[in-house]
Design a protein around this ligand. Structure first.
Ligand SMILES: Cc1cc2nc3c(=O)[nH]c(=O)nc-3n(C[C@H](O)[C@H](O)[C@H](O)COP(=O)(O)OP(=O)(O)OC[C@H]3O[C@@H](n4cnc5c(N)ncnc54)[C@H](O)[C@@H]3O)c2cc1C
Length: 409
């Protein structure tokens, strides 16, 4: 008779949030003895994405020590206004997925109480903490899940080459929610002549044809002759394959004024931007959802890297202090999801184009205040000040539509 193996914690999914949370927990002397199973169907040996985030120097020191590039200067362009953002110390930083996975594996290898299981999670029983794998089951006193979401967070697009394999569940997002996709195609290009300024990123260039949605380009230079150029959209649907390529070629020719270049690498990604409140825990359940599944992705921006590090550390410190996990420390204060939801309504319902929203924010508030607001590091008065940067009526309308949808759901 085979007995079911039991662990203090089973991580279903060992991407960004799983690995970050496992390391944060084991870093606490009170928790370093916990038996942990790390389950993923992927062996995390590929550079499957890059993560960027803005950070102050003290924040950067607390990030995983695998930052590949940091840029001190940010350029912003819209059809009506361009500026070098005054970030007052914020740098823009890039971590390559593979560097992070390699570092995480090396860090976790120091713990004999950590077991890796390369398998696909079929389902999880919330009450017993049983994780059903391909041909066996294991149990956890707690299951920290980033593999399965309540619905497919990228509806209708579940092809493996497009979508992070988020869900085994084909359900659609609940009605009454705004569910945009942030989708992007990026090329690392190499030019024969020096053309890029290596210490300056183009952080949102909205001069590209806007179509019926939000479109902009990032340019992240690695040297004078090499840069990642990324065409990004916020919209409910993906474009057909050729449209990304056309837009990239066009941007490189028209705005970067580069005629000859080689494409060294390419990436494609989709991040959900949803006003659905992903519940990270329900009473009586042994499952705590983390990462995208736990609502870590900021709905109005699609950023999650820095939030994940912060939440993982706060959760671990709290668990060590109180002797039990408290999922509530990984949630935003209620007012931030409400702001995000209103901004999503404004964009989704085309009440104000994104280039104007961000243009007004940066021009009237300054990048430093905008980054603090997006990082949820502000108090209510500072929130009001940040919101005073944009025209009021589109946002009042957006707020009413959001409240109406909540009332109807
Ligand atoms: C291409 C891309 C680029 C991004 N860039 C940025 C960025 O620049 N800045 C930023 O802040 N955020 C970015 N994000 C958003 C966010 O930070 C990432 O999606 C982040 O990886 C989310 O972390 P996670 O742990 O929820 O998911 P993941 O890192 O995707 O981890 C989920 C894990 O679950 C595993 N899994 C899924 N299903 C199963 C199953 N059934 N059984 C076993 N294992 C399973 C997967 O293999 C994966 O390892 C990006 C997202 C993508 C897709």
């Amino acid at each position: 008779m085979s007995s079911t193996q039991h662990f203090d914690i089973v991580f279903t999914g060992t991407g960004l949030s799983g690995l970050s949370t496992a390391i944060a927990l084991l870093d606490q002397p009170e928790l370093e003895h916990l038996s942990i199973a790390l389950v993923d169907r992927d062996d995390k040996n590929k550079n499957d994405r890059t993560w960027c985030f803005w950070a102050q120097p003290d924040e950067l020191r607390q990030m995983p020590p695998v930052v590949f590039r940091s840029w001190p200067h940010f350029q912003f362009h819209s059809p009506v206004h361009s500026e070098q953002l005054n970030t007052r110390g914020y740098t823009y930083n890039m971590v390559r997925g593979l560097d992070f996975y390699t570092w995480a594996k090396q860090t976790l290898a120091k713990y004999p109480n950590v077991v890796w299981i390369n398998d696909t999670v079929q389902s999880v029983d919330e009450t017993s903490g049983t994780v059903h794998l391909s041909d066996r089951s294991i149990t956890g006193s707690w299951v920290l899940n980033s593999a399965l979401t309540p619905f497919s967070v990228v509806p209708n697009y579940r092809k493996d080459d497009f979508v992070p394999p988020f869900s085994t569940n084909a359900a659609q997002p609940p009605a009454q929610t705004v569910h945009l996709l942030q989708h992007f195609k990026g090329w690392i290009i190499r030019t024969p002549k020096p053309v890029f300024e290596p210490d300056s990123v183009t952080f949102m260039d909205f001069r590209v044809e806007q179509g019926d949605d939000t479109r902009f380009v990032y340019v992240l230079p690695f040297s004078t002759t090499e840069a990642l150029v990324e065409f990004t959209l916020f919209s409910p649907e993906l474009l057909s394959g050729g449209a990304y390529v056309e837009a990239l070629h066009d941007y490189i020719r028209t705005f970067l004024k580069i005629d000859h270049y080689d494409i060294v690498e390419e990436e494609f990604g989709i991040i959900p931007m949803s006003d659905y409140t992903f519940p990270n825990h329900t009473e009586g359940s042994r499952v705590i959802h983390i990462g995208t599944a736990g609502g870590f992705v900021k709905a109005s921006s699609g950023y999650a890297f820095k939030r994940t590090q912060r939440r993982a550390r706060a959760f671990a410190a709290n668990w060590a202090r109180h002797g039990r996990p408290d999922p509530s420390v990984m949630r935003s204060h209620w007012r931030y999801p409400a702001y995000d939801a209103v901004l999503l309504r404004v964009l989704n319902d085309k009440l104000l184009p994104a280039h104007q929203v961000f243009g007004y924010f940066f021009k009237n508030q300054g990048a430093y205040n905008v980054f603090r607001f997006l990082d949820e590091d502000t108090n209510f008065l500072q929130d009001l000040r940040a919101m005073s940067a944009v025209p009021i009526w589109p946002f009042v309308k957006g707020a009413f539509r959001f409240l109406w949808s909540k009332w109807r759901s």
